[in-house]
Design a protein. Structure first.
Lengths: 402, 369
């Protein structure tokens, strides 16, 4: 066993910190809401700055213009960015899509899309969920009909993050009506602005826009914008979900660490009847508990990271990490609200807001985290069925894997 | 970063798993719990033949010079089997104290005998305050002089040849290494639900000379902190092993117990409870290994040990309680093994600092004033 970072990894962490000192975050325009996952807001300018460093493509093979850096360099980058509160919202999604394109994408996708991703110009929204297909993705209705060298896509996607400001949609659609439910799905890379695509914002409970719904009205897509073999989309999606959960939450522990540091500082400076809040035994205990939870969370994510790097089998390890990340986030948001008392609910920008009004925002956004990307319930079933080998509920096998 | 144990560590744990499966089944544990002495001399000798009591002892003193990470992996297996006995107090805590604080003559006299298992030593720390924090030690002793007072919750004092007693000497902490048969020392059993053998040790005018000091006068605090961290790690490992065993028992039960026409593990209410057990066991183990690795590497590990012990104390107890709920009525019976593991975790959670104690260490480490 060895829990140390290598000298190269530590040197890279220092490179990232140097970059962050040289590029103050307030200089980057932000165009999409921070949904509280730890990856910050959506900032095209920041993505381009990361691209200029070569960091967006650093894990790719050299023949695709990459730097062939090992997986742990990506973790180092995400940790440093999240600890700093940087706006790198689309980053993990870009990495995952690029990896899929490199693994089984067409020449056209490799030629057109990869360079855009490397520059920070190519970002993606996920067109998976539909109004009638949430946790049960197999129930989705969107169709892609082959017509010569094109597919014609028709359907309705929802809960797509940053769809209105991204570059491409990853649209998951049925390409055949085969008997086996899990066969017959394919994934398409659809450029935003393609005729027939209508992307509409959904105002969230924070009052801002994060999700969109998209109406696809006979949207025509060249056949070589299909990602992976026809009909194999669901298998690819399922395989991708294990890493999806990982890359969608890895930065949550360092982001929560940042919040915890703010709360510690607040408890040390805020006085109640002349005594620092930090001296209140229940405050002290809850903050220490939160630090323990974060250490535990980190241990789960680094275990999953080692398994991914070593290409070992993952059955439940990313699922358990995601559930804990989201529930810990909710716990810390609640703790923050409790510490701030009547100032807790004040919005960012409000007169009198404390900690920049960030806690009320974290509190609200955290509500969505145990729902998005696999609900806590679906994932607990995954842990029990795939991790422990408990029997699936009747006819629920496919759902439990979602 | 690499989370895999080394080949030697894998050998250690697989040997321990097989050995304890054979020699320490739950029925035997139950017998030891109900027996006043609760100790199998033959089993202890076999463990000594495997080199376990000498794991932390230097090779030149007859041990194998292992690390705290090796100890954590071995004690995790002991917890998995619910093995009772003086391993942690003698082979980890007392051994650590003798190694760090002992004068050459003391180390050479006692450590080889501890390594071979011929002798057993235990620590007498806790007093009427109930605290494991050395700062709360009040028992005063002038050296030379006579020691009068008492220590509580002294583990396996009935088996020990040697007591390491923490005392205050002119306001500083000193350690005394006393034979348990010295005149004026009596050992009175406390009856704990776990069946762990705990004692009140009473000192009634016990004669103390300078030779009885373990190390120099007033120099006990540093080796004691180190030994208590080792003890906390070992007890954490015991909890992790016990919780893993409970998880395994629960999963087997959930797969095979049929109600309403199907195994109860097919119901989401049970599945989700089991998923939480996985989270609790996996996080407890992850924090244990990280803390043990840091300690083994000689890095500052105070807050890591505190995090690991505080977390395991709460998470592993939660596993035990949830285990009872999943097993249902059968686990309320003495003949069912679950209570053995539950009570052991309860005992380990309190030993060498309870969760509250370690959380205060964590509170300071995150910068709370």
């Amino acid at each position: 066993m060895d829990f140390a970072f290598t000298d190269d990894e530590r040197a890279f962490a220092e490179d990232v910190r140097r970059f962050l000192r040289a590029h103050p975050l307030e200089r980057f325009a932000v165009e999409g809401m921070d949904a509280g996952y730890g990856s910050g807001a959506h900032s095209r300018a920041f993505m381009r700055a990361l691209g200029a460093q070569g960091w967006l493509s650093m894990g790719w093979p050299r023949k695709f213009g990459g730097g062939e850096r090992p997986l742990f360099f990506k973790l180092v980058l995400l940790e440093e960015l999240a600890l700093a509160g940087a706006p790198f919202g689309p980053l993990a999604g870009c990495w995952q899509t690029a990896d899929a394109i490199i693994a089984y994408g067409s020449e056209r996708l490799r030629r057109e899309v990869l360079p855009a991703v490397a520059r920070g110009d190519g970002t993606f929204w996920q067109g998976y969920s539909e109004p009638g297909a949430g946790s049960d993705l197999l129930g989705l209705k969107t169709q892609a009909r082959r017509d010569g060298d094109e597919y014609v896509i028709r359907g309705h996607k929802i809960w797509s993050s940053h769809a209105g400001i991204a570059t491409y949609g990853l649209v998951f659609a049925r390409t055949s009506q085969e008997a086996r439910r899990s066969r017959g799905f394919s994934m398409f890379v659809v450029p935003n602005g393609t005729p027939g695509m209508d992307i509409r914002p959904i105002t969230s409970l924070t009052g801002e826009v994060y999700h969109y719904e998209t109406f696809l009205d006979d949207v025509r897509v060249p056949a070589d914008m299909r990602l992976g073999p026809e009909g194999e989309g669901f298998v690819a999606l399922l395989n991708g979900l294990d890493s999806d959960r990982f890359w969608g939450r890895f930065y949550k522990a360092p982001a929560l660490e940042r919040t915890l540091r703010q709360l510690v500082e607040y408890a040390n400076t805020e006085r109640v009847r002349g005594v620092p809040l930090a001296r209140d035994p229940s405050v002290r205990r809850r903050l220490a508990d939160a630090a323990v939870d974060l250490a535990a969370l980190r241990a789960l994510f680094y275990r999953a990271a080692c398994l991914m790097r070593d290409e070992a089998t993952i059955t439940y390890e990313t699922a358990v990490a995601k559930v804990m990340a989201d529930e810990t986030g909710q716990k810390i948001a609640q703790l923050g609200m409790d510490l701030l008392g009547p100032w807790g609910p004040l919005r960012e920008g409000s007169r009198g807001a404390r900690l920049g009004g960030s806690i009320s925002h974290s509190y609200l956004t955290s509500l969505g985290h145990t729902i998005a990307g696999g609900t806590a319930e679906v994932l607990r079933t995954t842990i029990a069925v795939r991790g422990l080998g408990l029997p699936a509920e009747p006819k629920a096998e496919a759902r439990s894997r979602g | 970063m690499d989370i895999r144990p080394s080949p030697a560590q894998q050998m250690l744990t697989s040997t321990a798993r097989a050995f304890l499966k054979e020699h320490c089944p739950p029925e035997r544990v139950q017998e030891w719990v109900l027996d006043a002495r609760g100790f199998d001399d033959a089993l202890w000798r076999r463990m000594a033949e495997l080199g376990w009591p000498g794991l932390l002892v230097a090779p030149e003193l007859g041990g194998s010079g292992g690390s705290l990470l090796d100890v954590a992996l071995l004690v995790e297996e002991m917890g998995y089997a619910c093995l009772p006995g003086p391993f942690v107090t003698s082979a980890v805590v007392a051994t650590s104290l003798l190694t760090d604080a002992g004068r050459a003559e003391q180390s050479q006299r006692v450590l080889p005998a501890l390594a071979t298992g011929e002798r057993i030593a235990t620590l007498a720390l806790v007093e009427d305050s109930g605290s494991s924090d050395p700062a709360d030690v009040a028992l005063a002793c002038a050296v030379p002089g006579r020691l009068t007072g008492r220590k509580l919750f002294v583990k396996d004092a009935h088996l020990a040849d040697q007591l390491i007693v923490v005392v205050r000497e002119r306001n500083e902490l000193s350690l005394l290494l006393l034979p348990t048969d010295r005149r004026g020392i009596s050992r009175l059993p406390l009856e704990a639900i776990s069946g762990e053998k705990l004692f009140e040790v009473v000192f009634d005018g016990v004669e103390i000379t300078a030779d009885d000091r373990l190390g120099a006068a007033g120099c006990g605090a540093v080796p004691l902190a180190h030994a208590l961290a080792a003890g906390a790690l070992a007890r954490t490992a015991e909890m992790v092993g016990g919780a893993q065993r409970i998880l395994d028992l629960v999963v087997e039960h959930a797969r095979t117990r049929v109600q309403g026409g199907r195994p109860i593990g097919g119901y989401q209410a049970i599945q989700h409870a089991c998923a939480d057990l996985v989270r609790d066991v996996d996080t407890a183990r992850g924090l244990l290994y990280l803390a043990a690795w840091k300690a083994a590497e000689g890095q500052p590990a105070e807050s890591d040990v505190a995090i690991a012990k505080a977390h395991a104390g709460e998470a592993c107890l939660a596993v035990a309680r949830r285990g009872h709920q999943i097993f249902g009525a059968i686990s309320y019976c003495e003949e069912h093994p679950l209570h053995l593991f539950h009570k052991r975790i309860q005992a380990a959670a309190l030993d060498y600092g309870d969760a509250q104690h370690h959380l205060e260490t964590v509170a300071r480490s995150i910068g709370l004033v």
